[in-house]
Design a protein around this ligand. Structure first.
Ligand code: ADP
Length: 475
């Protein structure tokens, strides 16, 4: 069985409740009773010592008569809610505040032994069988001429002490009940705030671990748990998105490889079985060659993208003259431009303009942008390549007056294998990878590329590059 956190917390709550109950019903009553008995005994002991040194001493010194002493002690006993006695060492009761004075009647406390309490000054018992219930009895000797003449003994009913003890204990029981109730409320809160969201998160994690990346869940709290849930959910959606992208990518790659391979195979088979006569072979072999070129381009583009995925790792930044690179890249398209009678106009800032970037990769960016500009331009048009400097950045713009990009496609053109419907008819060789490579390279440099385009008017791609420090020296 799967172990969960909740039963552990319930168990901890019950153990806590049980221990609190045992402590409050066993140790606390004993300790309270002990404390009350000791403090009562202390009070009575002080009173007994006062009686001994005042009334009792004068009684034994025959300075006061028994009746006067009894009257005073009666009042005091009433005030102390106890019984005061004066007992001779032999056990004879001289005075008892609970009984009327009768000098002729000799009352004895049987087995009276003042040493019975040992080292303590009080004892709790029936006082040598003198009372029917337990009494707290405190002794104090009455001395004269270094002799013990008698004892002042004060008795207090243990039932009275037990009553005060019970009142105090009731407070403890109420406190315990409140504490248990509070901890139950905390447990309920914990369940709602921590346990339930945690269960949801755990369940969602299980779903993700099982590959169900589209599982959706919600934790409505803005604390750390809510944040964790939101992060987990976001992570899963990202992974799900990446998985979908990967599937799309593989599907696109397969499709783009299959179509040239199918046409190559078709032409070759037709040549072999004689459907295409030998005199036409050259024409179809050229088509086959074109298709293989397309496959080579596709493979190279995929390799470039794969290398670029390890963000920034493969960059080799140097200081180089961007104007020189623009010129040489444009020169590479001379033949294509002549065929379409397209002119490339270059409006470059400065003679030499140094930037700090990976030269080969920036050359590839310019190549892809110019390639697209020429591909999607009409015959007899002009393509403008312009550079400008703003706030230590160099901006390169490649602008054509070609077919343009529909508004809804503007965001998608950076996606791998994306080709707009407009371009499909015109550019059969396109892979849809050129702009993804451009975007990756510029992102790897920590820079930006944007496009402004209107269908039928043309497109402008603008990218930024970091200027090199060396540029200042050269200028
Ligand atoms: P492709 O190999 O098809 O050129 P890209 O990734 O370079 O792939 O471009 C993706 C799509 O963006 C193109 O198919 C085209 O629809 C559109 N595109 C890119 N550059 C231009 C441009 N200069 N003018 C019009 N459309 C463009």
């Amino acid at each position: 069985m799967k172990k969960t956190l909740y039963p552990k917390f319930i168990l901890a709550y019950f153990i806590f409740g049980m221990f609190s109950f045992i402590i409050v019903t066993t140790f606390v009553p004993n300790m309270t009773r002990e404390h009350l008995v000791r403090s009562k005994a202390e009070t009575l002991y002080r009173e007994a010592s006062l009686i001994s040194s005042t009334y009792a001493s004068s009684l034994y010194a025959s300075e006061t008569d028994l009746e006067t002493v009894k009257t005073h002690l009666d009042l005091l006993a009433l005030h102390l809610d106890s019984t005061i006695r004066i007992i001779n060492p032999s056990g004879r009761l001289v005075l008892d505040t609970d009984a009327p004075l009768d000098v002729d009647k000799e009352v004895m406390v049987e087995d009276f032994d003042p040493t019975a309490a040992g080292s303590s000054y009080y004892m709790v018992n029936d006082f040598f069988g003198n009372f029917g219930s337990d009494m707290l009895s405190v002794f104090f000797p009455i001395t004269a001429d270094y002799l013990v003449k008698g004892y002042v003994v004060i008795h207090c009913d243990m039932a009275t002490i037990q009553q005060s003890c019970n009142s105090l204990l009731n407070i403890s029981y109420i406190t315990l009940a409140v504490l248990l109730l509070l901890s139950l409320i905390i447990l309920i809160f914990f369940t709602e705030i921590v346990y339930v969201p945690l269960r949801k998160i755990t369940y969602a994690t299980e779903q993700y671990a099982n590959g169900n990346m589209h599982y959706e869940f919600q934790v409505d709290s803005d604390d750390e748990i809510g944040y964790l849930a939101a992060c987990l959910s976001y992570m899963a959606s990202q992974i799900a998105g990446a998985e979908d992208d990967q599937k799309k990518f593989v599907a696109n790659v397969s499709h783009d490889f299959r179509s040239p391979l199918t046409s190559i195979r078709g032409y070759l088979e037709a040549m072999l079985d004689g459907t295409i006569p030998p005199e036409m072979h050259e024409k179809y072999l050229n088509i086959v060659l074109n298709e293989t070129e397309r496959l080579t381009k596709l493979t190279n583009s995929l390799l470039s993208l794969n290398n670029l995925n390890t963000k920034g790792m493969l960059l080799d930044p140097t200081d180089f003259d961007i104007n020189g690179i623009i010129r040489s890249t444009a020169a590479a398209f001379e033949g294509t431009c002549r065929a379409k009678t397209i002119a490339i106009e270059m409006i470059l800032t400065g003679d030499k303009m140094y930037v700090h970037a990976d030269m080969e990769k920036i050359q590839q960016v310019l190549y892809n942008l110019l390639d697209n500009a020429i591909k999607f331009s009409h015959h007899d048009s002009v393509i403008k390549v312009e550079t400008s400097v703003k706030k230590s950045k160099l901006f390169v713009s490649v602008k054509d007056t070609g077919i343009g990009i529909p508004k809804e496609d503007l965001k998608l053109i950076w996606d791998r294998f994306y080709k707009s419907d407009l371009s499909r008819g015109r550019d059969k060789k396109g892979t849809g990878l050129g702009l993804s490579i451009v975007k990756e390279i510029i992102n790897c440099h920590g820079e930006h590329i944007n496009v402004i385009s209107t269908v039928g008017v043309g497109s402008e791609f603008i990218l930024s590059l970091p200027m090199s420090d060396r540029d200042d020296e050269e200028d």
